[in-house]
Design a protein around this ligand. Structure first.
Ligand code: ATP
Ligand code: MG
Length: 189
């Protein structure tokens, strides 16, 4: 059973590549963004809280996010493995994930990083905004999300490097080529 973190800036293609990995390996997939958007759609109390942060391009507070993640993880069938998409996004979240998995006698086996230049991220997110219906895919919120990524999430690159788990791949060009690069990392685990 593998636990794999897929990592990258907003618009780096974490969701797209996760879907390809799920199809290839039969992994379970936790997308924290999708979990939060489902709560917003159902207008739950959690959804209302989440919306106030997401619409401003901010992160949901760590403690809340960590509880959501643990509940989502424990509800999965966990057969071949789990892909964590959108979590961790801060160093406290990474530490909490490490501890949560240790308590369950397992660990993160790899962090797969999708590298995409900033100008390409902005272009992708602006384009996605035309059809995604996502309130956060607009120029102003995108700029804020990239700022939050650089300040709070990007430091995880060095954190996972120090853990010996980081594997960076080029996150632009042909989708299948990106997928093949990720699969060769996973196959070597
Ligand atoms: P991508 O396009 O690569 O899938 P994304 O940044 O566009 O990434 P999501 O992962 O879908 O989007 O997350 C959307 C929003 O949900 C974030 O901007 C943030 O407000 C909130 N969010 C998601 N995951 C977390 C997390 N781990 N911690 C805090 N907030 C989160
Ligand atoms: Mg996503």
């Amino acid at each position: 059973m593998k636990n794999i973190v897929i990592f990258g800036a907003p618009g780096s293609g974490k969701g797209t590549q996760s879907d390809l990995l799920v199809a290839h390996y039969g992994f379970d997939h936790i997308s924290t963004g999708d979990v939060l958007r489902a709560e917003i759609k159902n207008n739950t109390a959690l959804g209302q809280t989440a919306r106030s942060f997401i619409d401003r391009g901010q992160l949901i507070p760590d403690e809340l996010m960590i509880n959501i993640l643990a509940a989502t993880y424990d509800a999965l069938p966990k057969t071949a493995g789990v892909i964590f998409d959108g979590f961790p996004r801060t160093i406290p979240q990474a530490e909490a994930l490490k501890e949560m998995l240790a308590q369950r006698d397992t660990a993160v086996h790899a962090m797969l990083e999708l590298d995409v230049p900033d100008e390409m991220l902005i272009e992708r997110l602006i384009n996605r905004g035309k059809t995604s219906g996502r309130a956060d895919d607009n120029a102003e919120t995108i700029a804020k999300r990239l700022e939050v990524y650089n300040a709070q999430t990007q430091p995880l690159i060095a954190w996972y490097e120090a853990e010996g788990l980081r594997h960076a791949v080029k996150g632009y060009g042909d989708l299948q080529e990106i997928n093949a690069a990720l699969c060769s990392v996973i196959d070597a685990l």
